[in-house]
Design a protein around this ligand. Structure first.
Ligand code: HPA
Ligand code: ZN
Length: 326
């Protein structure tokens, strides 16, 4: 397929990627063995078979379980290296990578362990392959405001390596406003802001993320389409949506890819981008996500070009660097 080859070779940016969600079953099993972690899987096949989700929570349970094998600095280095190598194969020249510190600090694994591993792998990709990347520190919204504030405090020595804060995990029942003070503090520290909203949650959560958390981007946001005045607001402010097609079908936000609303979002003038979210759990990296759109939607080359251009315009790159890629 010519369109697939064309989009695969285009330089792209990825803006919505959880590094813990790029942990492949092979690395998970080998680290489980290395650290003698008892996982409820006896083979790679059993891991893959377990990835049959019916909603966000059923995925999150296995995502946190998988992350429990990450223990020392080299584990985090290997995790980040493997993702950046995939970027190289997919022509992802720039990535903005989320990590969930609380998933690790809860287990006694601190910033001094995971940050050096992440940064070492990112510096290698930059120096050897000219691939740029930056980090987004994401708070777990099912945890307390106090825990998020503590996390911000714990990150103090590593802020030069952190560009933005984010908000992920169980959306329903954990509205953005729960983290109003955390995000205000992050803004004071000079950090940019993104938040997951409108994946499973209602359009009101997207309103809160923009109005209360003052975010630069919405992660997912596909349910924004249910509120015409919200769509108008997002279009006027050109607040990007980082959409993740394979994630949305795996977690049953849409029953089938043919029902995905990404083309309607684009048509309404929204700054939409394509992303992989948790590629190891959802069955594909960035090019696989573009290819799924080509397979199941009536998408043309111009729309694909727009999505790729949007990935740079919606990024935290400098205007000068954006111009280079646009
Ligand atoms: N949504 C919410 N939390 C997450 C996700 C997601 O898609 N991926 C990893 N944590
Ligand atoms: Zn996500």
């Amino acid at each position: 397929n010519k369109l697939k080859d064309w989009v695969a070779k285009l330089p792209k940016a990825e803006l919505h990627l959880h590094i813990e969600g790029s942990l492949e079953p092979e690395l998970m099993m080998s680290l489980a063995k290395k650290h003698a972690v008892d996982l409820p899987y006896s083979s790679i096949e059993e891991v893959i078979d377990a990835y049959d989700f019916h909603n966000l929570q059923s995925f999150l349970d296995l995502y946190y379980l998988g992350a429990s094998v990450l223990r020392d600095e080299d584990d985090f280095y290997q995790l980040m290296s493997a993702y950046l190598q995939k970027c190289r194969e997919d022509n992802v020249v720039h990535s903005e990578i989320m990590f969930d510190p609380q998933t690790h600090t809860e287990r006694g694994i601190g910033f001094d362990i995971f940050m050096p591993g992440f940064v070492r792998a990112m510096q290698y990709a930059e120096q050897e392959w000219g691939q740029s990347s930056l980090l987004i520190m994401s708070f777990l919204r099912h945890m307390s405001e106090e825990s998020a504030l503590q996390t911000l405090e714990d990150a103090k020595d590593f802020l030069p390596h952190i560009t933005a804060v984010g908000l992920d995990s169980s959306e329903l029942g954990n509205p953005p406003q729960k983290f109003a003070r955390v995000f205000a503090k992050a803004k004071d520290l000079g950090l940019k802001r993104v938040a997951h909203a409108g994946e499973e949650g209602p359009p009101d959560y997207v309103w809160e993320a923009t109005n209360i958390l003052d975010v630069h981007r919405i992660d997912h946001g596909v349910r924004s389409i249910e509120d015409a005045s919200l769509v108008e607001h997002l279009v006027n402010k050109q607040i990007p949506l980082t959409v993740c097609p394979l994630s949305n079908t795996k977690l049953k936000v849409f029953e089938h890819m043919s029902q995905h609303n990404i083309l309607e979002l684009l048509e309404q003038g929204l700054l939409v981008t394509v992303n992989a979210d948790d590629p190891s759990y959802f069955g594909g990296y960035l090019n696989d996500n573009y290819h799924a759109l080509i397979d199941h939607l009536d998408i043309c080359q111009e729309q694909l070009r727009q999505l790729v251009q949007n990935s740079f315009s919606a990024s935290f790159l400098s205007d000068e660097t954006k111009q280079h890629w646009l």
